[in-house]
Design a protein around this ligand. Structure first.
Ligand SMILES: C[S@@+](CC[C@H](N)C(=O)[O-])C[C@H]1O[C@@H](n2cnc3c(N)ncnc32)[C@H](O)[C@@H]1O
Length: 371
């Protein structure tokens, strides 16, 4: 039996509908699940060890930007452990996307790194489609391999690798030897490097993990089954994610005039990026100029630094510090920047003494002169 959403009032929150045909004996249950998903404007169905799991998040929970997010509560979907990774930002990212008048047609992530933002948006259907860019050759090899349909090969390669010191040294020498590598071999070697180097850092000069988690040494972050599962789950969402082969700046330019696009911009930060990434140098002023010119909504994350705050103010953007824990579990703040951060206030940050929310922004003189 075909059912049309227009049969029901009120209409769907998620936007445009399409008619699907399912066996009538299943239709009530399927509609109930669809309504649940729609009411949360998030979630999705994923497979976990042969079981289908319906994932829903609470939308009513208010954010507390003065306390670090407990990352254990956020689904880990990336095969990377990425330096500067934004798993901790996921609840805020969801709140931002839900605050938009409608689900974006396109979610654009020009500096995708480990891609947790893009994966979350694709898996939880916060946008119709996701496009990501990354200029690091190894990292982009991983995304291209999976998104070109080679995820199963990559998962098998990971499952078949015997992690010994000798094998790791041999593999990493192959990666840095300069001999031509196939894209998928480079992808495998990049994930291996990411998992055996300290802090997941793949920039030149980074050393190998020594004692690692619970003294498990080199293999302490190598979880073959988990990595294979994450890669296969991404492979189940191939039709929702694209990889842009090129510079993040060009990707922003490509969708500059698209007002249905939402941009999440997490560039190499002004400070500390050199130690973390092979490609760490960008023109920050040019990035602000680009963001000022986009028609769609955007959210940027940056180091909480006075030079960044000054630039945000100069471009008429709002900014708010946000509490997080770094890799050493020390509490610190980073900066969120957007044209409008009122949704953060609505979600509970307005009472936070450390935030530059609507009222406190004025008090602290950080309210942008025009919005
Ligand atoms: C802060 S990291 C992104 C981390 C990511 N949000 C995550 O959660 O894993 C910034 C990334 O930008 C990449 N990058 C640097 N310059 C770039 C450029 N011009 N275009 C695209 N990516 C670039 C770096 O290689 C790095 O992976």
């Amino acid at each position: 039996m075909a059912r049309s959403a227009t049969t029901y009032l009120p209409k769907w929150k998620c936007g445009k509908t399409s008619v699907i045909r399912v066996p009538s004996v299943l239709s009530d249950e399927i509609m109930a699940v669809a309504w649940e998903l729609d009411s949360k404007r998030a979630g999705g169905i994923r497979e976990e060890n042969g079981v289908y799991v319906l994932e829903l998040e609470e939308t009513s929970k208010s954010l507390n930007t003065t306390r670090p997010v407990n990352v254990a509560s956020v689904p880990q979907r990336s095969p990377f452990r990425y330096p500067g990774g934004k798993t901790w930002l996921v609840p805020i990212l969801r709140a931002w996307l839900r605050s938009l008048p409608q689900n974006p047609g396109l979610f654009v992530e020009p500096f995708s790194g480990g891609g947790i933002a893009s994966l979350t948006v694709a898996f939880e259907r916060h946008a119709s489609h996701v496009i990501m860019a990354e200029t690091d050759e190894g990292v982009s090899a991983v995304w291209k391999t999976i998104l070109n349909g080679q995820g199963d090969w990559l998962a098998q390669e990971i499952l078949g690798f015997e992690l010994t010191a000798a094998n790791v040294h041999q593999a990493l020498a192959e990666d840095s030897g300069g001999a031509p590598l196939s894209l998928r071999r480079r992808a495998f070697l990049t994930l291996l490097r990411n998992r055996v180097q300290r802090g997941g850092i793949m920039a030149p000069g980074a050393g190998l993990v020594k004692n690692g988690e619970n003294n498990r040494g080199l293999g302490s972050r190598w979880y073959p089954e988990t990595l294979a599962r994450r890669i296969r789950e991404i492979s189940m969402n191939l039709d929702r994610i694209s990889f842009f082969t090129g510079d993040g700046f060009d990707l922003i330019e490509e969708y500059r005039a698209d007002d249905s696009a939402a941009f999440y911009v997490d560039p190499p930060y002004m400070k500390a990026a050199r130690r973390l990434y092979r490609n760490w140098k960008i023109d920050h002023r040019r990035l602000f100029e680009k963001m000022a010119a986009v028609s769609g909504a955007f959210l940027m994350s940056y180091d909480n630094d006075s030079a960044v705050q000054d630039m945000a103010r100069e471009f008429g953007f709002q900014c708010s510090p946000i509490c997080m824990k770094n890799t050493h579990h020390a509490e610190m703040t980073e900066l969120l920047i957007s044209r409008n951060l009122d949704w953060l206030d609505l979600n509970g940050a307005i009472n936070s003494p450390a935030s530059y929310g609507e009222s406190s922004r004025r008090q602290k003189g950080l309210l942008a002169s025009h919005r």
